[in-house]
Design a protein. Structure first.
Length: 256
């Protein structure tokens, strides 16, 4: 149900962005009887160009940026949305500033670009297909991120502790990869988190007691890992939060 809600929410919000942006682009303003020209400024333009090159894509970016579009799409499943951050009027022009709000990519074995961590206004990041390598620690710089979906990519290595910096995150899905090592204690900092999928990996050690601090957590999936030891007694707090825990196919025991 949660992914369905996400899709409906995205579609509804996207329509607002498109209508708003088209209205602004197609409408000229008048100041003191003088018609203002409109100039569009994409703060992340160079980042987008660098990502296109890193992923060996062809997004026809010259046409995109020159024609004031707010949505990049590709037949392979890529979609990148932009949102207006400010509108500034001078004596001669109206300047519309854009930032990247949502990125959805479908990879074909490439590594996740480290530069993804440089999109300072990004709120949603979804990667599909298949990828190689590890989760970039730079994703921990995305302080406005609310949704991070990296499931089923074949990612390896450990979960970066820097993901604990994403204090607005409410949905985190790292399931069905080949992630190893222990679950970082820092994930207990994600005070807005509601859904956490870490199942179908190769995670080891004892689950951290710090997760019991996640009072908004409604679903925690840890099944089919290599977790061992006793479930932290602090997790008894989850019963008060009405949190659903799925811990099977590990070697965990419950505290007496």
């Amino acid at each position: 149900m949660y992914p369905t809600f996400k899709l409906l929410q995205k579609l509804a919000t996207s329509r607002v962005w498109v209508c708003c942006c088209l209205f602004l682009i197609l409408t000229v303003s008048e100041s003191a009887g003088q018609v203002l020209t409109t100039r569009l400024v994409y703060a992340d333009e160079q980042l987008i160009r660098n990502m296109e090159q890193a992923l060996n894509k062809n997004w026809d970016l010259d046409n995109f940026f020159n024609n004031g579009r707010v949505f990049i799409s590709d037949d392979d499943g890529t979609s990148i949305w932009f949102v207006i951050t400010s509108i500034v009027e001078t004596e001669t022009e109206q300047i519309i500033n854009f930032k990247t709000r949502s990125i959805s990519l479908k990879l074909q074995g490439q590594a996740l670009p480290t530069l993804l961590g440089s999109f300072s206004e990004l709120e949603r990041l979804t990667i599909g297909g298949s990828a190689s390598g590890e989760i970039p620690a730079s994703l921990g710089n995305l302080s406005k991120l609310t949704w991070l979906e990296l499931d089923g990519l074949g990612l390896t290595g450990e979960i970066p502790p820097s993901l604990g910096n994403l204090l607005l995150l409410d949905y985190l899905d790292l399931s069905d990869n080949a992630l190893s090592g222990q679950i970082p204690e820092t994930l207990g900092n994600l005070s807005a988190l509601e859904i956490l999928y870490l199942d179908e990996n190769q995670l080891t050690g004892t689950p951290p007691a710090s997760l019991s601090q996640l009072s908004l957590l409604r679903l925690l999936f840890l099944r089919n890992n290599q977790l061992r030891g006793e479930v932290p007694i602090a997790w008894q707090a989850f019963s008060g939060y009405s949190t659903a825990l799925v811990l099977d196919q590990n070697c965990l025991t419950l505290p007496l």
